[in-house]
Design a protein around this ligand. Structure first.
Ligand SMILES: NC(=O)c1ccc[n+]([C@@H]2O[C@H](COP(=O)([O-])OP(=O)(O)OC[C@H]3O[C@@H](n4cnc5c(N)ncnc54)[C@H](OP(=O)(O)O)[C@@H]3O)[C@@H](O)[C@H]2O)c1
Length: 314
């Protein structure tokens, strides 16, 4: 089969399309014929030799990627939930070696869910790592409740546009930050209030938030503490809850923590249900062919994408 192998970290064209052995499903695994792959900032950081690169390098060949949608081609021993021909999607082996930039991927069945029938593969692939992050942060880490005020940074991005919709689903009051040109997009995702971060500092215009989702890092997390009420929660997906931020949070009776998403077929199935109910809609702004996958990395690296960047596999 064909797969993109990263022989050396570096630029997008270091991703080399090569013939490699088709994987064989182990016990509890399925073999998926990949129809679409989504690309995340962690993919581009790992390609540069950062993020998860060291870990992947220990298990060559390095094949990046975690987010897939496709069809079950074969099942390993002891697989109960999926049959050959089922359409599935999910984030495979994160934060391990997902090997998703390939025509075929093996995945533990516990990392996948049935794809909603009406959602095409390129949209299903989009609703994996970014959507799982939003779900796990808001539901598992922050225990979001109806009526809460939730501040979502970078609400127009991959994680942000899912977090906005999920917070809305839980009947929270959703405040999102984005450039002014993206405010209409935020409204269509269900944000009640939009803040242009170029024109305003959140700490000057937001108060009494129950939950903040930080995806920008320490400086943003630090400033966002002032937007939270006593007893509020700040969850950072970019290491923003440093020791200094946690110490300041403690003084304000705020819980500040970092979070890393993990593969979960169970959470993926919850997201599938929301999509079936029409409550969650992946927004795919860029679709590239498998041959153009390195261009998809360039798009993600603009840090200006609305929603998601996806690659389709013929
Ligand atoms: N820890 C974890 O488990 C985890 C999981 C997923 C992602 N992440 C990390 O979280 C970050 C975001 O991921 P993503 O997939 O959502 O990225 P993304 O889709 O590439 O984000 C792009 C969006 O960021 C917005 N943006 C850029 N700078 C901003 C700023 N200063 N304030 C507000 N919005 C800003 C842009 O909106 P405008 O065009 O309006 O500026 C754009 O819509 C990445 O660093 C990623 O690695 C971590």
């Amino acid at each position: 089969m064909k797969a993109y192998v990263l022989n050396e970290p570096g630029q997008p064209n270091n991703l080399q399309l090569q013939e490699v052995d088709k994987p064989v499903p182990d016990k509890g695994e399925v073999l998926v014929k990949v129809r679409a792959i989504s690309i995340n900032p962690v993919d581009t950081k790992t390609r540069e030799g950062k993020a998860l690169y060291k870990q992947l390098e220990a298990d060559p060949p390095v094949i990046l990627g975690w987010d897939i949608s496709g069809e079950v081609e074969a099942v390993g021993e002891g697989v109960n939930y999926f049959n050959v021909g089922d359409e599935v999607f999910g984030m495979v082996n994160f934060p391990g070696h997902g090997k998703a930039y390939a025509e075929y991927v093996t995945a533990p069945e516990s990392h996948l869910a049935h794809k909603p029938e009406h959602i095409p593969h390129h949209e299903a692939a989009a609703a994996t790592l970014a959507a799982l992050t939003a779900w796990q942060v808001l539901v598992h880490e922050a225990s979001i409740q109806p009526g809460q005020r939730v501040l979502i940074h970078a609400a127009a991005g991959g994680v942000g546009h899912f977090a906005t919709q999920i917070a809305r689903y839980f009947k929270a009051f959703v405040i999102g930050t984005a450039s002014a040109k993206n405010h209409e997009f935020l409204r269509t995702m269900g944000a009640d209030e939009q803040i242009d971060y170029h024109a305003y500092k959140v700490e000057d215009v937001v108060m009494d938030a129950d939950i903040v989702l930080d995806s920008l890092g320490e400086e943003n997390a630090q400033r966002s503490l002032a937007t939270l009420k006593n007893g509020g929660k700040l969850i950072s997906i970019l290491g923003g809850a440093t020791e200094a931020v946690q110490a300041e949070a403690k003084k304000r009776n705020i819980e500040a923590k970092n979070y890393l998403v993990h593969s979960s077929g169970e959470d993926q199935a919850k997201l599938a249900d929301l999509m079936r109910e029409g409550k969650l809609r992946p927004h795919v702004s860029h679709v590239f062919s498998f041959e153009d996958l390195p261009k998809a990395h360039q798009q993600v690296e603009t840090h200006r994408t609305n929603g998601k960047v996806v690659v389709t596999v013929a």
